[in-house]
Write a protein that binds this ligand. Structure first.
Ligand SMILES: [Zn+2]
Length: 282
């Protein structure tokens, strides 16, 4: 093989500038061979969101952190921004459901602006709650999700979805929602995805598979069209709640050493797939 360094992407991490290790955590990732990360915006409990101006302030925190990672490490960081699905429930308490839904949609329009301005790579993580909710919240969440997909289509960017655990049937439903607004399913990333790698399992969506040993073994047995993620939470109060930020480079290097993943496979997963998925990825 060539001496060229293999790129290693963690497609979904959260960094917490208030109580986490943020840049230091990324340095751990870097030490183990990680080269690229996508930082997913998530609400900060220190900055409760009640208005569109709060969303702007909150997105700016994530963008500033991404810029710090780019300045202080050799890891290439991108960010996704958008209203986290559960925010609808908090906003409803303050504003009622109708206005809450409008604010979520305005927050999506704002996320589209951040992508157009080059501050963010894609819209995410957005979608619908992963826990049971009332029919009215579910219906509103689906309207917001459709608006999110339309915004991605109009912006020409990818979208990262947070939803209930996806089965092939749910992937089909999501692909159909994208089709209805003219968004290419290949621009739709299913975050926290089971190894649904076959076309008949993912219906054209891009699976971002949680990098557990079991899931990646299953994924590799089916093909190479997937990305890897930890959903790292950067919350020292909850160690082990999700995978550590070092997992993707560790797993990738172990698989290469065992011969279960060739360097070409790794290039495909960590370089070709994100380039094909996210316009503007580098
Ligand atoms: Zn997440």
């Amino acid at each position: 093989m060539t001496a060229q360094k293999i790129p290693i992407l963690d497609n979904h991490v959260h960094l917490d500038p208030f109580k986490g290790r943020h840049v230091d955590a990324v340095k751990d990732f870097e030490k183990l061979g990680g080269t690229h990360i996508i930082i997913s915006h998530m609400p900060y409990e220190e900055r409760p969101v009640k208005s569109i101006d709060d969303f702007r302030e909150s997105y700016d925190i994530t963008i500033a952190l991404k810029e710090r990672v780019n300045a202080e490490t050799s890891v290439r960081a991108h960010a996704t921004v958008g209203p986290y699905p559960a925010e609808l429930i908090a906003l409803k308490k303050t504003h009622g459901l109708q206005r809450a839904k409008e604010i979520m949609m305005e927050a999506l329009d704002l996320a589209g602006d951040y992508v157009r301005e080059g501050k963010a790579l894609a819209i995410g993580e957005v979608g619908r709650p992963h826990f049971p909710v009332s029919p009215e919240i579910w219906e509103a969440s689906n309207e917001i999700l459709s608006h999110a997909m339309r915004t991605a289509k109009e912006t020409g960017c990818a979208i990262v979805l947070h939803t209930e655990s996806a089965t092939p049937e749910i992937m089909k439903e999501l692909a159909e929602m994208a089709r209805k607004v003219g968004l290419d399913a290949a621009r739709v990333v299913k975050h926290y995805c089971a190894p649904l790698i076959l076309p008949e399992e993912n219906h054209g969506l891009m699976p971002s598979v949680l990098a557990s040993k079991e899931a990646i073994d299953v994924a590799l047995g089916k093909g190479l069209r997937f990305m890897m993620e930890t959903d790292f939470l950067d919350d020292p109060r909850r160690p082990g709640a999700v995978l550590n930020i070092t997992t993707v480079p560790k797993r990738t290097n172990q698989l290469i050493q065992k011969g279960a993943m060739t360097p070409d496979d790794a290039f495909h997963i960590h370089n070709d797939n994100p380039r094909r998925t996210y316009p503007g990825y580098d």
